[in-house]
Design a protein around this ligand. Structure first.
Ligand code: ZN
Length: 170
């Protein structure tokens, strides 16, 4: 397992739409392991493959509490098939937009179909933090960031700030 460098805003890779995984082979399992290692190191509760520069429809999530054992879940080709009418609001952050947090409203519960790391088709019903995290990460697979769900004014400010930081580092 390897910790990979994170792709940071405003890198255009974050706007790329990821392509489906055709087969769960050793390369894909290795990628999942690297993603988990990178997520735990950050630390974060979710990571999409594009955040380490790989445009495949894959994400990893672990919303277990600090005092619990790790409960990693690997989602390959995840697809939301149902969302609740009820909404919930969480303060979200993103490993690709470090140290910025904002409240985002999303469906409170959902059903997702996906392929697990053994190549098996699965269905999961999620609510609470897991439901929010899944929607945030699946957005990444479509080139969408959580700042796209906040006001335009706030979003422009964040992008401006990160563009400045990137320029200073270049
Ligand atoms: Zn994110």
């Amino acid at each position: 397992m390897t910790i990979k460098p994170l792709i940071i805003l405003p890198d255009p890779l974050l706007r790329q739409v990821s392509t489906p995984v055709e087969q769960v082979d050793s390369q894909i399992i290795q990628l999942a392991d690297d993603m988990l290692e990178t997520m735990y190191d950050a630390p974060g509760i979710g990571l999409a493959a594009i955040q380490i520069g790989v445009a495949r429809r894959m994400l990893v999530i672990d919303v277990s509490r600090e005092d619990e054992e790790n409960k990693p879940i690997v989602f390959i080709n995840p697809e939301i098939v149902k969302t609740s009418d009820e909404l919930s609001t969480y303060e979200e952050g993103c490993l690709s937009i470090p140290d910025y947090y904002a409240e985002v409203e999303r469906p409170a519960a959902l059903t997702v179909n996906y392929v697990d790391r053994t190549g098996k088709q699965q269905t999961l019903e999620a609510d609470g933090l897991l439901a929010t995290c899944l929607q945030h990460e699946i957005d990444h697979l479509n080139g969408v960031l959580f700042i796209d769900h906040i006001s335009r004014l706030k979003r422009d400010m964040v992008i401006k700030k990160f563009t400045k930081i990137a320029k200073a580092k270049a």
